[in-house]
Design a protein around this ligand. Structure first.
Ligand code: CAA
Length: 249
């Protein structure tokens, strides 16, 4: 544990989350894998097994990231147990796609709470400690659709764009303390979330991607690992897009 960085990854059991956990373990991290409070230790064991993850390098944290008090309590316990956290990856996210005309308040609120309010809940309890230690890497997983907007995703695009504004603002506050705050904005990636899309819609989007393929979770995870590493020590407030050319800013 001595030489390992302590990392927290939310949405750890998801497509991109799993790849991030594996990549951070490769980069000498001990990872606290945050999964929804509905998951169990049996789910964690099955996940380790399925993805061949070294069980000595990862522990589960079952937290509802939309529950501010639960996050505050769980992260206070983390600091008590591990002393500090070096890296926070806010990756948890959901979709509730619908044209805006048909979008319900619950579709709006669920997405804003999970994808955006979770950033407050997870980052606030750790940020002061990172500043005091003069080291921190905060990486927020946004989306190409937060950058360019997307038909049927007013809720998701709002949350994902909000993550970028949050990251730039916090980057100012962390800079003097060597706490960097960056965003990775993936395009359409080979995950269960994208696999759940309507086939015709996905096919039409794929056809618009200059690289003519989806991203792999590994490609996204490598960008996260880079921003978490010493190689990215002077990068803050930046958004690193991985979208195969779908949107060039
Ligand atoms: N631009 C303009 N018009 C469009 C359009 C577009 N991109 N897409 C559809 N329309 C039109 C349709 O042609 C249709 O017009 P008519 O009524 O004249 O036929 C009308 O808008 C309604 O469209 P749908 O039939 O698609 O409406 P629906 O209610 O059946 O489905 C939807 C709505 C579920 C949102 C569907 O449009 C959809 O799946 N959209 C894509 C959403 C998307 O990209 N999600 C990404 C999920 S993965 C993810 O989010 C990860 C990430 O970060 C990238």
């Amino acid at each position: 544990m001595e030489n390992l960085k302590i990392a927290i990854v939310t949405g750890a059991f998801g497509g991109i989350g799993t790849a991030i956990v594996k990549e951070l373990i490769e980069e000498q991290c001990f990872v606290l894998a945050v999964a929804s409070a509905k998951r169990t230790s049996a789910d964690f064991d099955a996940w380790l097994n399925e993805h061949q993850i070294n069980p000595t390098k990862v522990k589960p944290l079952f937290i509802d990231v939309t529950d501010q008090i639960a996050c505050e309590n769980a992260l206070s316990d983390v600091i008590d147990s591990y002393g500090h956290v070096d890296i926070l990856v806010n990756n948890a996210g959901i979709t509730r796609d619908s044209t805006f005309k048909k979008m319900s308040a619950s579709q709006w609120n669920e997405v804003i709470n999970t994808n955006l309010n979770s950033l407050f809940n997870m980052t606030q309890p750790l940020f002061a400690q990172m500043c005091a230690r003069k080291f921190g890497r905060i990486i927020n997983i946004s989306s190409v659709n937060g950058q360019k907007g997307q038909f049927g995703q007013a809720n998701y695009s709002a949350a994902k764009a909000g993550m970028i504004g949050f990251s730039k603002a916090l980057a100012y506050e962390g800079a003097r303390a060597n706490v960097t705050v960056n965003v990775v904005a993936p395009g359409y990636t080979e995950t269960p979330m994208v696999a759940a899309m309507r086939e015709d819609v996905l096919e039409s989007i794929k056809a618009q991607v200059p690289m003519q393929r989806l991203a792999t979770p590994l490609e996204v995870a490598q960008a996260v690992a880079y921003l978490a590493s010493d190689k990215a020590s002077y990068i803050t407030g930046e958004t690193l897009a991985l979208n195969g050319g779908l949107y060039m800013q």
